[in-house]
Write a protein that binds this ligand. Structure first.
Ligand code: SF4
Length: 235
């Protein structure tokens, strides 16, 4: 993968914000119908902990999101909703994808927002963002796209053009198909341990994400077998 900063794409979004401030635009409304239980979304396969989907699909009651998580989600979602065209969902091979934007000759674009700081930002620290971009390239049959990132604490928006080889795109999609099959099978046989990539999430301490924002981390902790048998004893 190669990536280079795209001032042009950042400027597209900054100009949209300028328009918003001047009351000159209104983004089109796209409504996503509720995703049925068991329908695989690209975000279930991008390398973040897959057990959250597993528990959502297999337990009758799961702990609710806490207020901090809801507010953090809403912050990023509001930015996306105001700035991105938000395309209707695409389904390929039983996987639903929700691409943020199509900028015409400037390419397709995914928007992300983070409380991380630009100074310490490294693309390689966000492999799940890269995975999602490769998923979008696969379904749109392109080998490059844009990633725009809003750094909320720095109050700055940056964009990069990401270029992939066809082999990178295809092998990423194969990984996602494999994960899709495992996710569906884990639900069928009621065994989350076959979702082996949860171990990467544990290495990243994903269970505790949210602590630094004042949150309590993953909402599944009270019901998560993996957390209670593999993580908690080592704390
Ligand atoms: S508690 Fe940890 S292992 Fe369990 S679902 Fe959440 S992130 Fe995954």
């Amino acid at each position: 993968m190669k990536y280079i900063e795209s001032l042009e794409v950042a400027m597209i979004y900054l100009n949209r914000i300028r328009d918003l401030m001047m009351g000159k635009t209104s983004m089109k409304e796209v409504s996503y119908p509720p995703r049925p239980i068991g329908e695989v979304h690209a975000s279930h396969l991008d390398g973040l902990c897959p057990l959250q989907a597993y528990y959502e699909w297999t337990l009758p009651d799961v702990p609710p999101h806490d207020g901090n998580t809801l507010m953090n989600f809403c912050t990023g979602r509001m930015f996306e909703h105001q700035l991105a065209t938000e395309l209707p969902p695409i389904v390929k091979d039983g996987i639903q994808l929700t691409l943020d934007d199509d900028l015409g000759e400037d390419g397709i674009c995914e928007l992300k927002f983070t409380k991380g700081y630009l100074k310490s930002f490294q693309m390689s620290k966000y492999p799940w963002w890269i995975c999602r971009c490769k998923q979008y390239c696969k379904v749109r049959e392109v080998d490059w796209m844009n990633l725009a990132v809003g750094f909320l604490n720095d109050v700055v928006l940056k964009a990069w053009r990401l270029e992939f080889t066809q082999e990178e795109i295809d092998s990423n999609w194969d990984t996602c198909l494999n994960r899709r099959d495992l996710l569906l099978e884990s639900v069928r046989i009621k065994d989350p341990t076959i979702l082996t990539w949860y171990k990467d999430a544990l290495k990243r301490k994903q269970c505790s994400w949210g602590v630094w924002k004042g949150g309590k981390g993953c909402r599944m902790k009270p019901v998560c077998h993996i957390y209670n048998t593999e993580v908690l004893p080592s704390l």
